[in-house]
Each structure stands twice: as structure tokens, then as C-alpha cells.
Design a protein around this ligand. Structure first.
Ligand code: RNT
Ligand code: ZN
Length: 419
């Protein structure tokens, strides 16, 4: 019965989209070819397992919803559960603090790929690629909030070594899983209050990054990104790796630039930056997040900005040049639902972008017919997207929008509530 209604809905949708000049199957195939990287850190409030226990560095996860993953095993169980409700090609994004030391006495400056063997086995079993991040926060070697830009040479040395180790770990992931591993560098370095020297820390940051990136490691296997930020909590006045610094660094050193949706002034949107930046760097990494008044890392909703981001990527043919990852952490709701909602929304927005007759809209624009451009853009809104989405999920054996919450609720009853 249900299958029948999905098939009927799809037939109707195909007809309606065809009238608008869109081939639903081709659009779905296009959306399917794009990977979305799911951040492991939503599942345990960005704590990790390498022994630190508290989150520092200007980021904060708020809420105390029960069921947080306390071990790597629990986190993998939760991720596996979430994956059963997430359609489309998915990667898993790990942080160095998710190392499993198993009693080994080793610090972040000496991490080796074997500390992540269980993650690689998990990724292999689930058919996932892995992305990676050095963890420049939540650690006693931080000098206040400084890492790579600290005035103390021993602090910089520790974090430079960490940065190097993470490229090596990324390379091993890439080789083992036969696909690129994007390694993203985000450093919280900055000051709470107005400072007297904004220049020297930036020069130190650049020197440290240069050291990290000095070793010859194939960029096509391990593309490395530098993430910018406007400010952090307790670092309100000055951030070393600002937008200008990180973008400038990426341009000059042929790195990937990482745009986080929450890292700009509240009225600035990253969707508006994509094609400008891609005139000067080869590739971008997106941290799709949702700031509410500040970099609050709220769960990604299917809002106008998410749609604009995906439109920019798809309509400009940039799916090979933009890596898409999610970055948020909300501890006030069921954490598996948080992943599922954000990942499904990102995929929906991607599919939607593929289902817009953008060639026609662009033709009208080029011909100067802005009436037609607006009319076509608005007509898209009432096309039967829901029917396409439901069929898209069903084809992959993934529950529809009306079904997944029940699955999360039983998992909460049977597993999370017992933690
Ligand atoms: C922090 C940055 C950074 C982190 C993750 C955990 O503001 O957005 O990307 O959120 O690396
Ligand atoms: Zn980020």
C-alpha cells in the first residue's frame, strides 16, 4: 500500500517536474554523486576520548539531554544508528581527540594512525570515507587559548607536531579507504580583550602553519583546509585566524579554505562568498552550521541559507570543488535526531537545488527577462518535492520523514536511556 502511494506520488512528481523542464531521475543522480561529511562530535558534545573531558577553546555545547555517548563504542553504535536514517553518500568527520589510546601513553604531538584503527574498520564496514581534524583545543598544552600562535616556543612546537601528525593520519585514512581525506585546521587562538599587538601572533600562526605543511604529502589524497573565525566565547576581541588571514593563507599556499556558516557577522552569509572565493582558491570546505545570534552551532535547518548554499554549489557546477561537511553540536535534544535532521536537511537542500530548472532561469536572466526569472523561481516552490524525496529515501531503504522519529524514539528507550 505504502509502496504504491510512493510510486504514484513519484509518477505525478515526474510529470510535474517534466512540465517545468526537469528530469527527476537525472536530478536525483546528480544529488547522489555528492558526499556529505557527518561530524562525529555531535554524538558526545565534542568531548572525545583522549582523556581531556571538558570542552575549551571558545566553543561550547549546551544542554544535558540524556544518552551522550561515553565511549568510542557507544559513539560508533549511535553513528551506525543515525546512518540507517540518512540517505546519500556520506563521509564521517573525525577529530584527533577521538583517538583510542587503549592505555598507551601518547600525547597529541605523537599520535599515530593506529590510534584510529577501530574508526577505519568502522568506516570500511559502513562504506564511509573519513575526514579529519587536528584538535587544537581542550588540552593542557594550550597557552590560555593560544596554540600555533602562542609566544611560547614549546607550546608552538607541541601544536606544530600535532598538526603534522594529523596530515600523516589523514594520509593513512585516504590510502586505507581509497578516497581523499580532507584535514581541516581550526585554531581558537585569540584574546578575550582588546590587545596591543595584533600582528605578531598572526606572523607566528603563519610560520607554524608553514612548518605543518612543509612535508610533501599529496594534496589530492589529503586536501588541507584552514578555517577562519570571527570570534569565540571568551575570545571576543581578537581572533588570529580571521577570515582575511585564513583566506589569504589559503590563496598564497594553495590550501583549501574552510567557510563555517557560524563564523561571520550575523547578517553575513557564506552562500554569498562561495563563487568569489573560488575565483582565487581551487577548493572550499564548508562547515554547514547554523548560528543563532552568534556562532551557536545550532542544528542545521532547511532554511533559506542552507538552500542558497546548495544552489550555489549545484547551479555553478561546483560539486567537485566544494567539500560539504556539517558542524554543530546541540546537547539539548536527542543527539541521534540532531544528526538525522541536519544530514537529511543538507541532502534535501542538495536534491532541491538539482530539481530547479536553473538553466531556464539563467537563460531568462541572460536575456534580461527578469519577470520570467522571478516567475520561474517562484513556480518551483509548489512543485511536488516531497514525493521525490520520499521515493529517493525509499529507493535506498531509508525511512521517510514520517517514519524516522519513531526509530530514534525506540533507540532512546532501548539504548540511550540505559546509559
Ligand atoms: C569552531 C569551529 C570548528 C569546530 C570543530 C569541532 O568554532 O567551527 O570547526 O566546531 O572543529
Ligand atoms: Zn567549523
Amino acid at each position: 500500500m505504502k509502496d504504491n502511494s510512493i510510486q504514484n506520488g513519484l509518477r505525478y512528481a515526474e510529470e510535474k517536474y517534466a512540465e517545468a523542464g526537469v528530469d527527476v531521475n537525472a536530478a536525483a543522480a546528480k544529488a547522489d554523486a555528492v558526499s556529505i561529511s557527518m561530524h562525529c562530535w555531535q554524538g558526545d558534545d565534542v568531548i572525545g576520548f583522549d582523556g581531556i573531558g571538558a570542552l575549551t577553546g571558545g566553543i561550547a555545547s549546551t544542554g544535558n539531554y540524556p544518552g551522550r555517548a561515553r565511549t568510542a563504542g557507544e559513539l560508533r553504535d549511535d553513528i551506525a544508528k543515525a546512518l540507517t536514517m540518512i540517505p546519500g553518500r556520506t563521509k564521517l568527520n573525525l577529530h584527533a581527540c577521538y583517538a583510542e589510546k587503549n592505555g598507551k601513553n601518547v600525547d597529541r604531538d605523537a599520535y599515530t594512525p593506529d590510534l584510529f584503527d577501530a574508526w577505519v574498520d568502522f568506516a570500511t564496514e559502513k562504506g564511509l570515507g573519513l575526514d579529519f581534524n587536528p584538535t587544537f583545543f581542550s588540552h593542557p598544552m594550550m597557552d590560555g587559548n593560544f596554540t600555533l600562535a602562542s609566544p611560547k616556543p614549546e607550546v608552538r612546537r607541541f601544536w606544530i607536531e600535532h598538526g603534522k601528525r594529523c596530515r600523516e593520519i589523514g594520509l593513512s585514512f585516504s590510502k586505507k579507504l581509497n578516497q581523499p581525506c580532507v584535514v581541516n585546521y581550526w585554531m581558537p587562538d585569540g584574546y578575550k580583550d582588546v590587545c596591543a599587538d595584533t600582528f605578531a601572533p598572526r606572523k607566528r600562526m603563519i610560520e607554524s602553519l608553514d612548518e605543518i605543511f612543509a612535508a610533501q604529502i599529496d594534496d589530492s589524497l589529503v586536501p588541507c583546509a584552514v578555517e577562519s573565525k570571527l570570534f569565540g566565547v571568551g575570545l571576543e576581541s581578537y581572533t588570529v585566524a580571521s577570515h582575511e588571514l585564513s583566506l589569504g593563507y589559503a590563496i598564497r599556499n594553495k590550501k583549501v579554505y574552510c567557510l563555517d556558516a557560524g563564523h561571520f557577522h550575523p547578517t553575513e552569509v557564506i552562500s554569498a562568498k562561495i563563487t568569489s572565493i573560488l575565483c582565487f582558491v581551487d577548493r572550499l570546505l564548508l562547515h554547514v552550521s547554523r548560528g543563532v545570534r552568534w556562532d551557536s552551532d545550532h542544528i542545521v535547518m532547511w532554511d533559506d541559507e542552507l538552500q542558497h548554499i546548495m544552489n550555489e554549489i549545484v547551479w555553478n557546477g561546483l560539486t567537485d570543488r566544494v567539500f560539504i561537511g556539517l558542524d554543530y553540536f546541540d546537547a539539548s535534544v536527542n543527539r541521534i535526531a540532531a544528526w538525522v535532521i541536519g544530514m537529511r536537511n543538507a541532502r534535501k537542500a542538495l536534491l532541491w537545488a538539482c530539481l530547479v530548472p536553473y538553466e531556464q532561469i539563467r537563460k531568462a536572466e541572460k536575456e534580461g527577462d527578469f519577470t520570467k526569472r522571478l516567475a520561474l523561481m517562484e513556480n518551483v516552490r509548489t512543485l511536488p518535492f516531497g514525493a521525490v524525496w520520499e521515493a529517493y529515501c525509499a529507493n535506498k531503504g531509508i525511512p521517510g520523514d514520517a517514519e524516522w522519529l519513531g526509530i530514534v524514539q525506540s533507540y532512546e528507550r532501548e539504548v540511550l536511556s540505559k546509559r
